[in-house]
Design a protein. Structure first.
Length: 451
C-alpha cells in the first residue's frame, strides 16, 4: 500500500479542500504496476485485475466498463442540446513508477498503439527507479486588459503600489480557497504594443490548490476591474484567465535503459530524431503532437480540459520560437535521459472531474491525492509516449509499430469478432495488405472453414 506521510503530521490544505468539495481522495492500493501479459487477458479479466489492484468497487467502475450505464440526465446538465454520448475506448497503462509510487493509468483515446507504447516505455525506466516529477505549484494567471490609459507607465506603477489592497479584494471573492491555503498571491503589470496602441495588462497570480481554477481566477478578475479602472484612468475590457500557465509547470525526467531500447545505436538515433524536432517547426509539430497523444488521453479520462492543456503546451513551446517540450541526452553509460517541462493546469475539484462518473472512476483507479500529483502522472505519460514514438521512428519506423493494431481495427471494421480479429489481422500484416476489402474476404473464408 502506498505510504502516506504528511509533513509535521498535518493534513495538506489541498487534501482538505478536495474533501470540502466532495471529492473522494483515496489511498491507492497499487503496489506494483507491472502486470505480466495484461494485454493478453480477456477484457473481463483485465477489469477484475484493476479492481483487485486499486480497490475500486464494481459499482464505482461500472460507468467505465459499461458506458451505457451513465445516466443521460447527468450529461444533459454538462453541456447544451444533449442527445446522447460519444464513447471513447479507455485503456490502462501499466509499468509506471513515479516518485517511488506505482500507478495504473487510465487513458481515453481512439488512436491505436498509444497505451501499449507508453506502457512499454515506462517499463524501460524501471531499472533506474522510474520517473521523477516536480512542479512549481498550482498558480494560475488572470489577465485584466486596460485600454485608453492616458499615462501607461505611471499607471503600471500605481497598480503595483495598490497591490496589497487589490490582493485583499481578490481574496474576498473566494474565502474557502483562502481558508485551505490558496488565493491571490501576486500582481504583475505589463505594457504591450498592439495595432490599436498601448494596452496595460494587469495579471493576477492565484494559487488555485486542487482546482483547475478558471472560475476562481475569472471571478477575482471581475471584482478587480472597477478598481483597476479607477487607478489607471482607462477602460477595462477583457477579464479572463490565461491558458499559458507558465507558473503552473510540471517537470518529469527518467533514465531509459539502453539495452531495453535496443542498444546505443538506437539511443543515438532517438537523440538525432529529437534534435531534428528541436530545430525544425514542421517536424516539431508532429513531435509535440506525439507527446500530447499521451497527455490528452489521461486528461480526458480524468474529466479535465484537454483543450486548455493543448493550448498551454503549444503556446509554452512557442515562447522563444516553437520547440520541443521534451529534451534527450545520453549518460556516461550510454543510457538515454529524457525530460519534459510543460504547463499542467489540471485539478480534482469541480467540473467534469467531479460530475462525470467515468472521470470519478478513473481518478479512483489512479489514486492521486492532489491536482499536482495528477500533473506529475500526466507529464510522465507524455514523456513516455514521446520516447516510444521516437524509438519507433529511429529503429523500425512508426508505420510498422502501428500496423498490427491498425490491422485489428480493419478486421473489426470488416465484421470480425472474437478470435477471428487476431487471426485476420495477422494475415493482413503478413500480406502487407491491410485493407477492409481483403479483411472481408478472409472473414468469409475463415467463417466457412469453421462451419
Amino acid at each position: 500500500m502506498r505510504s502516506q506521510s504528511w509533513k509535521n503530521g498535518l493534513i495538506p490544505p489541498a487534501f482538505l479542500l478536495g474533501m470540502s468539495k466532495g471529492i473522494s481522495v483515496v489511498e491507492a492500493l497499487v503496489e506494483d504496476s507491472r502486470i505480466s501479459g495484461f494485454y493478453k487477458l480477456p477484457r473481463e479479466d483485465r477489469i477484475k485485475k484493476v479492481i483487485e489492484l486499486t480497490g475500486i468497487s464494481e459499482e464505482e467502475i461500472k460507468p467505465l466498463t459499461d458506458p451505457g450505464s451513465v445516466d443521460l440526465e447527468i450529461l444533459d446538465h454538462m453541456i447544451e442540446n444533449v442527445i446522447g454520448a460519444m464513447t471513447l475506448p479507455l485503456g490502462i497503462a501499466t509499468n509506471f513508477r513515479i516518485n517511488e509510487q506505482d500507478y495504473l493509468i487510465p487513458m481515453a483515446l481512439e488512436e491505436p498503439s498509444v497505451v501499449a507504447a507508453a506502457s512499454n516505455a515506462a517499463r524501460m525506466t524501471r531499472p533506474y527507479g522510474g520517473f521523477t516529477a516536480t512542479d512549481t505549484g498550482p498558480i494560475m494567471i488572470a489577465q485584466i486588459q486596460v485600454v485608453n490609459v492616458p499615462t501607461p507607465h505611471s499607471a503600471k506603477l500605481r497598480i503595483i503600489e495598490e497591490k496589497p489592497m487589490l490582493l485583499d479584494l481578490a481574496n474576498e471573492q473566494d474565502p474557502i480557497l483562502v481558508k485551505f491555503g490558496g488565493g491571490a498571491r501576486d500582481i504583475r503589470v505589463r505594457i504591450i504594443d498592439t495595432s490599436l496602441g498601448s494596452m496595460v495588462i494587469c495579471e493576477l497570480l492565484v494559487d488555485t490548490r486542487d482546482a483547475m481554477g478558471a472560475n476562481a481566477v475569472n471571478t477575482m478578475a471581475e471584482a478587480l476591474a472597477p478598481k483597476i479602472e479607477d487607478i489607471t484612468g482607462g477602460k477595462v475590457l477583457l477579464r479572463i484567465l490565461s491558458n499559458l500557465a507558465e507558473k503552473r509547470l510540471v517537470r518529469a525526467r527518467a533514465t531509459f535503459d539502453k539495452e531495453m531500447l535496443g542498444g546505443e545505436e538506437v539511443v543515438d538515433g532517438i537523440i538525432a530524431a529529437w534534435a531534428f524536432a528541436e530545430a525544425d517547426p514542421y517536424r516539431c509539430a508532429t513531435h509535440n503532437k506525439g507527446i500530447m497523444n499521451g497527455i490528452d488521453s489521461v486528461v480526458i479520462a480524468t474529466g479535465n480540459d484537454f483543450r486548455a492543456i493543448e493550448a498551454g503546451a503549444h503556446s509554452f513551446a512557442s515562447v522563444d520560437g516553437y520547440s520541443s517540450l521534451t529534451k534527450y541526452e545520453k549518460d556516461a553509460e550510454g543510457n538515454l535521459i529524457g525530460s519534459i517541462e510543460i504547463p499542467m493546469a489540471v485539478g480534482l475539484v469541480g467540473g467534469a472531474t467531479k460530475v462525470h462518473p467515468v472521470a470519478r472512476a478513473a481518478v479512483k483507479i489512479l489514486g492521486v491525492k492532489t491536482g499536482m500529483e495528477l500533473g506529475h502522472v500526466i507529464a510522465s505519460v507524455g514523456l513516455a509516449q514521446n520516447l516510444a514514438a521516437l524509438r519507433a521512428l529511429a529503429s523500425e519506423g512508426i508505420q510498422r509499430g502501428h500496423m498490427s493494431l491498425h490491422a485489428r481495427n480493419v478486421a473489426a471494421t470488416a465484421g470480425a469478432r472474437g478470435d477471428l480479429v487476431d487471426k485476420i489481422a495477422k494475415i493482413l500484416v503478413e500480406e502487407k495488405n491491410v485493407k477492409v476489402e481483403r479483411a472481408k474476404e478472409l472473414l468469409e473464408e475463415l467463417s466457412k472453414s469453421t462451419k
